[in-house]
Design a protein. Structure first.
Length: 117
C-alpha cells in the first residue's frame, strides 16, 4: 500500500463517508433501489486503484432523521480519493443516483492508525 508513513510508524488513510436519502416510493421499489446502490458501490473494490476498503450500510432504524444509505470508504491518499471521484465506474454510479436520491451528505477526513502487529 502506498500510504503516508508518520513519525511513529503510523499510517494515514483518507476516509470518505457519504450518506443519502432516496426518493420515497412504494415499499418494494425503495428497497430495490437501496440494494442496487449497495451492490454497485461494493463492486468498485478492486476496480479503482487506491481504494482500500468500501462498505455500504442500510439504515434499519426507520427514524425520521436517519439517512437511508451510508457509504464508508478508505483510500491510500487524497490523490487516490480524487482519482476515485473522477473514475468512470464511480461517475456511472453517481449519474444513476441523480434520479434516485433526494439528499446527500459527505465528510472526507484523514485518520492516523497504528500499523497491524
Amino acid at each position: 500500500m502506498d500510504q503516508v508513513a508518520t513519525q511513529k510508524g503510523q499510517r494515514e488513510r483518507v476516509k470518505h463517508v457519504v450518506m443519502w436519502n432516496l426518493v420515497p416510493t412504494a415499499d418494494g421499489q425503495k428497497a430495490a433501489a437501496v440494494e442496487a446502490v449497495k451492490s454497485r458501490f461494493e463492486a468498485l473494490l478492486g476496480a479503482i486503484p487506491g481504494l482500500l476498503h468500501i462498505e455500504v450500510g442500510v439504515d434499519f432504524s426507520g427514524v425520521d432523521y436517519a439517512c437511508d444509505v451510508v457509504l464508508y470508504s478508505e483510500f491510500e491518499s487524497a490523490e487516490a480519493l480524487e482519482a476515485y471521484a473522477n473514475h468512470p465506474a464511480h461517475l456511472k454510479i453517481r449519474d444513476e443516483l441523480q434520479g434516485v436520491r433526494i439528499a446527500r451528505y459527505q465528510v472526507d477526513y484523514v485518520s492516523t492508525e497504528d500499523p497491524p502487529p
